[in-house]
Design a binder for this molecule. Sequence first.
Ligand code: NDP
Ligand code: 8X3
Length: 252
Amino acid sequence: MPNKKALITGATSGIGLATARILADNNYDVIICGRRKERLEELASELSGKVNVQMLSFDVSDKKDVKAAFESLDSEWRTIDVLINNAGNAHGLSPLNEGDIEDWDAMMDINVKGLLYVSNEVIPEMVKSKKGHIVNIGSIAGKEVYPNGNVYCASKHAVDAINKGMLIDLNQHNIKVTAINPGLVETEFSQVRFKGDKERAEKVYKGFDPLMAKDIAETIYFVVSRPAHVKICDLTIFPTAQASATIVNKSE
Ligand code: NDP
Ligand code: 8X3
């Protein structure tokens, strides 16, 4: 049997990177995506001893770029078994009245429209082949709204709604759909949110044991490796110290 194929957006860092590694360890051929080509090349050389690897460097928020990237794929890579819609980030953390319009655009364009553009390229082949699994990386920010989270929370609430829509519309085509909604995971997420302010980013994860990218990747592998008749639809995953978007048991 040929290996299954997984496409992972945002594979240059954090959750996507850990997911590409764990899927390759479990014999998935992988299409790794992200804007940072050097990181894609490093990961491709790490994984290509184990499985077949394709790199696609594109900006998920640019629909022409997305289309061109998928058109560049050879036909044997066009039928994807597992799509991990992971690329995304928060940009800024401030009251709505002090928000930056560029940050708002980035979050809606990347987290919401980017996920749709990529899905639009992958779903038609899944429908034709009557199989496939889409894993959408949402967030606790898609279930709750927290102070200053406003537009990031809106983008992740949209991901939650899109996930539910996919679940309903793709059911008749035998396509599984899963939302994974993490709480606090220590990745480059807060560095991006705070625009490279490392000290502020590190503070987010101080005083408790946050989730690590590998914890989410292991859960994703669990979800995609269930038997054909089992579909996990929606999971929220917290570090043990977390109880809601705002309740975190910190030691300091
Ligand atoms: P990272 O910042 O570590 O990784 C983000 C990934 O997204 C990178 O690989 C980046 O690649 C990619 N990405 C960002 N913008 C674009 C773009 N315009 N086009 C293509 N790729 C892009 O963060 P995480 O691993 O934490 O985040 C992954 C997902 O998990 C996101 O959707 C995030 O919202 C979600 N999440 C994270 C949580 C956390 O606490 N860390 C909690 C809940 C959800 P590149 O820059 O190379 O393009
Ligand atoms: C990322 C985690 O707490 O900023 O989605 O919502 S949080």
